[in-house]
Design a protein around this ligand. Sequence first.
Ligand SMILES: Nc1ncnc2c1ncn2[C@@H]1O[C@H](COP(=O)(O)OP(=O)(O)OP(=O)(O)O)[C@@H](O)[C@H]1O
Length: 315
Amino acid sequence: MRSTPTHPEVVVAGLRKRYGTTLALDGMSFTVRPGLVTGFIGPNGAGKSTTMRVVLGLDAVDEGTALVGGTPYRDLRNPLSHVGSLLDASAPHPARSARDHLLWLAHSQGLGASRVDQVVERVGLTSAARRKAGGYSLGMRQRLGIAAALLGDPPIILLDEPFNGMDPEGIIWMRGFLRSLAEQGRAVLVSSHLMSEVQDTADHLVVVGRGKVVADAGVADLIAAASGNRVAVRTAARPEAMALLSHAGATVAASGRDTVTVSGLTADHVVTLLNRGAIPFSEVFAHRATLEEAYLELTRDAVEFRATSPEEVSR
Ligand SMILES: Nc1ncnc2c1ncn2[C@@H]1O[C@H](COP(=O)(O)OP(=O)(O)OP(=O)(O)O)[C@@H](O)[C@H]1O
């Protein structure tokens, strides 16, 4: 049976950390709550791995606190039964099998072989568990790392880029697996630099850029915020429609093959203007952003190199 601490949460508050001239963490603050998969997402170098290392007591900070179940990680008496983590899925000794690796870890925690067999089965490695880990694919090493994280049956799980190296079948498995961990009441933090990896899995998103949080919200709220009050127009006369609406004071952008997204005007106003200008259109509808768009918008200033879209026109 799992012993759950009273507050199986991770609370990160005001973390600041500098590596030489690089400010890796610049006031990073958020909470990871039980029963939810929290996606920890941001471009490369945003500070995700550093934050996880700080939470796990592997890196010191210049300022701020990171608490696990109300306690700094280093003060936990039996840490692996509180927090399971996957930071770097480098293989264990290549000549050692997954099972032997896990047995060694389990013994260090006073756990027996039956727990090893349970976690091996849970991550779908049973048929490969007695093979040498040196021959494992990256996806199999990720599963082995997750099995190790689960050994102590912790209520908090931190996984850094667990989708790395997984094939499509592995990704589908991983999504369902993360959901099941949250449904068991665990607090699950999963980092990724790709929104597509976490969008069907996460309940909550902490979006980071340049060492700090740029959005901390439920998935639906993020989409609503990114959608704004924009209107989309489908038209065969896109250049004319863009010129007319832009002239009327709207901010317009081309999207898809034949669509213009418009902000600054109501749908009624857009229809009136298009009719008045005799510009044909097949549809005018409320624009709904995708999570990917929301993410790109939020992290726009945090990405060092990004190609600009030649289609974008603003007033
Ligand atoms: N040990 C280190 N020494 C020097 N700089 C570091 C070190 N670790 C991280 N950094 C720098 O700190 C910043 C944050 O890095 P971090 O690895 O935490 O980002 P990340 O969001 O996990 O990125 P990625 O998705 O690429 O893993 C980066 O600019 C990185 O180069």
